[in-house]
Design a protein around this ligand. Sequence first.
Ligand code: F6P
Length: 308
Amino acid sequence: MNAAIRSVVRTGIYFGYEIIGINNGYKGMIEGDFVKMDSASVSNIIQRGGTILKTARCKEFMSEDGRKQAFEQLQKEGIDALVAIGGNGTFTGADKMGKEHQIPIIGVPGTIDNDLFGTDNTIGYDTALNTVINAVDKIRDTASSHNRLFFIEVMGRDAGFIALNTGIACGAEDILIPEEETSVDELIEILDRGFRQNKNSGIIIVAEGDDSGGAIQIANKVNERYDHYETRVTILGHIQRGGSPTCADRVLASRMGYESVKALNNGYKGIMVGIVDDQVSYTPLSKAIKHHNIMNKDLMEIARVLSL
Ligand code: F6P
């Protein structure tokens, strides 16, 4: 997100705008927590995870009254256009605000979940993928040395993009995602097939939003019926949301920040900028949040074939 903030600030200055940062997301907007930004205020941040402007979950912004208060603060400050960086929650609020009040808003997709329609990748996703594979590779050392089966939970409360891609990249025995119904019978069958073929350890990647209830629950269900492996559970959690961004994420954020200001400059509003097939694309905010990109069926098939 810092790379996107830097890009918005510098592109805005290039186009002759005055740039104000809003601290703590919608909470800061309601409270009028604004900060003037210049080129120097975004120096040396492209390599840093998180956001220098900070962020917050904000219940008040979910109400019409909260959004009215926020809009009044923007007017008081003389802010006449917004770039909102975030995921589903951010865009839901932005879409409502843009429809209720006269202010153009452009969305920049920033979420590790990659669960927005209208862009191939969201900012943070590639970094999260790389964090996960680094962690799982390390866990595999214990799995294979101790002949253990690991259930590793990754983020993705509604979407299995992180799980599917890291599962393939780490050679997982199986991948459990919210987009597909999880069957304990099938999972045991896969594990047993591996056992019969002399596999002595295994990795199962579980998306947190999987219908099994997550890694702990599925590990318990398997353990009740199948005891060929000693099992362990690891929940990777928030390490996936931090750390220095990958090159791909820095470039993506820089492009999207630049395109968001250009879109405003060209009179667009109520849209999310995205990159699809290396081309810039505009998607209405309401559409970006309602659907997410469909899972690539080929990847699911590849995951199954390669885990033999
Ligand atoms: O929305 C992105 C996400 O990473 C989800 O996959 C995860 O469930 C959630 O954030 C965690 O949010 P919090 O930090 O509020 O617990």
